[in-house]
Design a protein around this ligand. Sequence first.
Ligand code: F0G
Length: 475
Amino acid sequence: MPPPTPIEHKPAEQVSAEVKAVPASFRFRCIGCGDLSDSAVQNFRCSLCGDLLEITNPKWNNPQGSPAPTAADLKATWKQRRDSLSPVDLSGVWRFRELLPALENLHHVITLREGNTPLYNLPQCSRITGVPHLFAKHQGMNPTGSFKDTGMTVAASFARQAGFRWVACASTGNTSASMAAYAARGGLRSLVLVPEGKISWSKLSQALDYGAVTCQLRTDFDGCLRLLQELVLRAPVYQLNSINPFRLEGQKTLAFELLEQLDWQAPDHIIVPGGNLGNSSALGKALLEMHDLGLISRLPKLSIIQAEGANALVRTLRETGGKRLVSVQAETHATAIRIGNPASWKKAVRVLQATGGACEQVSEIEIAQAKAEIGAEGIGCEAASAVTLAGLKKLLKQGFVKPEESVVLVLTGNLLKDPGFTMDFHRGDLFPPSAPGDDALSTLQSLRRPPIVLDATLDAVIRTLEQAEKSSPQV
Ligand code: F0G
């Protein structure tokens, strides 16, 4: 570790902390003007036009300078590493390091053995939707309970390599939980900016437990992110939001691992929730790279689903054809995706166009129903993840997905991330009784399993058992 850098308040032009690429292993490319550079300033925006950066791999991650590895070599190397006990090989992210930006030294890696998440079949949801080949890639099974860990291991490792003492993020909860954990593991200090009263206690408590300096700001997520973008230009703080392209590089590994689990047979559709739109961008980038390298022979269609109350991308596509961002004042019970001004919208539009995917929105009731249906599979997820199943139902109705096609839903967060949502749903407190669309509300009734308070007698328990058997004998 380099000696600690004291945090000082400096005007923008005095902050010299930069992230540099290791010569020839990767470069930064502006998604707007295409400018290529070997270093990036801390807001990770193009110094010429201000657009976002992405990482390009001129010759992939091949320090020896020999020709890029073939698809067969890559598959064999990654498989072999599954028998290794080295910490970087045990990571479901660094196991795929040939397709990640190279660190100067793998000793900088901060890992919690992220990735390695299960791919489940969903027999009950298959019956409900009429799609027999339906799977869930559960990123909520990561060490801190969300997909953020796969990106965080990469970006936090680069922060450590660059000698930063502080890392920071704005968050709806999961990024902050993940960042705080990786910072703690890597001996870094972390600063969290979250909207006050708008994130779940579970996520907030993770950040506290991992030792982050946690600020609850009187604004929304978009306000927190705006402030962070200013802060990183004034203080030597490394930003770990998904604007940071190293995060997206790590999140690409979801696709590598998924395709390996499917024996490199691409599914017809992958469906992912959309918030700040970093994850969909990462997934799309991975699919395109895999296709270019011959790891897969055809591209799945990548579709993005948003909550109706946080539908900036849906409106951007419908109202401007994807040319100009339409920001919204976000409101949804799926707090993880309560984002109205998504930073990576351009990247997301590009991957939708490149893979031929769709973008849809789903209602609060549809989200709650889908979440309960995934829960009834014994898997569970947080509300933001359940938009994928709700979205699939819409895409089936529209004929965009055909029942005989194979579909993978990306579940982004663990059920335990937001017990408040789950309790409110089962107790019947999530929606006011007079909520519009009462027909839809009544379909939720059969999925509710409120806790039952009883006298502590055998009779009372047996009566409850009999009633439960009578009311839903099929379960
Ligand atoms: N699902 C979950 C569980 C999330 O936490 C997020 C984003 C998303 C989906 C959307 O992913 O932003 O890449 O489009 N959570 C962020 C956070 C913003 O701060 O935890 P995205």
